[in-house]
Design a protein around this ligand. Structure first.
Ligand SMILES: CC(=O)SCCNC(=O)CCNC(=O)[C@H](O)C(C)(C)COP(=O)(O)OP(=O)(O)OC[C@H]1O[C@@H](n2cnc3c(N)ncnc32)[C@H](O)[C@@H]1OP(=O)(O)O
Length: 431
């Protein structure tokens, strides 16, 4: 039996897609409690396999994209697994842009699983990312038990929350001199990229969008969910500074009838943020607003006269991060609290250059990271460092879990103060 792991040829692309759950109509995610799905139905609509013409069209589009890096597992000449990295920039502390490889659709067909093919695919993608100069890998995990072994760890979180319309009074604020506008998909496709570009410059964890990120927005209804609807906010000068898209799905039960589901929401400033939520929370003939994939530290809570009215119904990990190159990643961000720290990474078989003791000297302008033979302040695993890297997570919690082992006094406190960011990192879309 021969096993190859390499970039698929154009002729192999249809079989490459067929190895991936999303092209096969197979589940792509662990069974999500109904609470994750925004709408009143327990599940999104069923999936179906993509037709052959669709696979060919994807192949043409994907292979024309310099930022798409597919890798296939080929056993005895047959494509049985695949994955791909997408080159993005991610906003890191200090509001800098760091190149990263985002792992997207991944699958090994059922009869070839548990024989190490994903590990080989992942290793190949790590090596290629390092060659491209991407010191960080990220992904969204279909199951929480798979990716820790490859060095990934949750780095951003997301929350789903609900607010009953009757409880949604906002605290008083100055009049908004801007304006709100109901928009169609064509307008939304223009507005989103501009708003997102401004938002991601400020929000740690946000990503550069792929070119097709907004192309698929339509005005067409989807099943009982109804069409996506778009709401735009403009500032006093008429420039778009916020946008939401939402649905008003039909519900089979009286309890969930009148639900407004906010599928996406971005605003570049507090005025636009408040104005958009004001309308969405007081939409005639609705009784409940549901938003999902929102930051845990949603400012809306502090706009409400009754902060408890915003009820988080689920929270979960969102983006998982994996530092591939410790010095380049840590030198790629800034540190609000200046400091020096010496730390040891004891074990990293997939990225062995990370192993060793590192001396970090950091401040608001950046950092220097060098190998040292000196005494470490602490030892930690690559997963813990990958979570803390974007400024989320708690160094104290990792220490409590035995994942950070302090050697010197206050080492964990120093690590926490140097790495943490406020607000916590968040990414508004997956890939
Ligand atoms: C980023 C994303 O795209 S998330 C989507 C991932 N895709 C899916 O979930 C689709 C359905 N699942 C699959 O296609 C496959 O099971 C994959 C891709 C998840 C794993 O592929 P495999 O080739 O079986 O993985 P591989 O044999 O390399 O396993 C590597 C290790 O992970 C473990 N592992 C793999 N899948 C799972 C799983 N679902 N649950 C728990 N452990 C797992 C293996 O036991 C193995 O452990 P070891 O290192 O201790 O030996």
């Amino acid at each position: 039996m021969t096993t190859e792991v390499r970039r698929p040829t154009r002729a192999e692309m249809a079989d490459y897609y067929r190895a991936l759950p999303y092209a096969n109509g197979l589940p792509m995610w662990e069974p999500a409690p109904a609470a994750w799905h925004g709408g009143p139905e327990p599940w999104p609509p069923p999936r179906v396999p993509a037709p052959a013409e669709q696979l060919e069209q994807w192949a043409d589009t994907d292979l024309a994209d310099d930022g798409f890096h597919p890798v296939a597992a080929i056993v005895d000449g047959k494509v049985v697994g695949g994955s791909a990295m997408l080159s993005f920039d991610i906003t890191v502390p200090g509001h800098r842009q760091l190149p990263m490889g985002g792992v997207t659709a991944t699958g090994v067909i059922a009869t070839y699983r548990r024989r190490g093919l994903l590990r080989k695919l992942m290793q190949a993608m790590f090596d290629e990312a390092l060659d491209r100069g991407e010191p960080l890998a990220t992904l969204s995990a279909s199951e929480g038990s798979i990716y820790g072994r490859f060095g990934y760890s949750p780095a951003t979180m997301r929350a789903r929350w609900e607010i009953r319309r009757g409880e949604a009074q906002l605290r008083p604020a100055a009049d908004d001199r801007g304006s709100l506008e109901l928009a169609d998909a064509a307008a939304a496709r223009v507005a989103w990229p501009a708003v997102h570009a401004a938002v991601r410059a400020e929000r740690i964890g946000e990503l550069t969008p792929r070119p097709d990120r907004w192309d698929g927005l339509t005005d067409t209804a989807s099943g009982t969910d109804g069409p996506l609807r778009y709401l735009i906010h403009r500032d006093q000068q008429g420039a778009v500074d916020g946008i939401a898209h939402y649905r008003l799905p039909w519900s089979p039960t009286a309890e969930r009838a009148g639900t407004l589901v906010v599928e996406a929401f971005e605003a570049t400033n507090p005025t636009a943020y408040r104005a958009l939520w004001s309308l969405l929370l007081d939409f005639d003939l609705t009784q409940l607003v549901v938003a999902h994939s929102r930051p845990r530290d949603e400012p809306l809570r502090w706009l409400l006269a009754n902060p408890r009215a915003l009820r988080v119904t689920r929270q979960s990990d969102n983006l998982w991060a994996r530092i591939l190159d410790v010095p380049r990643a840590l030198e790629g961000r800034a540190y609000e609290t200046p400091g020096e720290l010496t730390f040891t990474i004891e074990d990293d078989p997939m990225c062995p250059a990370n192993v060793g003791t590192w001396h970090l000297v950091a401040d608001e302008s950046g950092a220097d990271v060098e190998r040292t033979d000196g005494q470490a302040d602490l030892a930690l695993d690559i997963q813990a460092l990958s979570t803390l890297f974007l400024g989320g997570g708690s160094a104290h919690d990792f220490a409590y879990a035995g994942r950070i082992r302090p050697v010197t006094d206050d080492a964990v406190g120093k690590l926490a103060r140097m790495f943490r960011t406020d607000p916590e990192p968040h990414n508004s879309f997956a890939f």
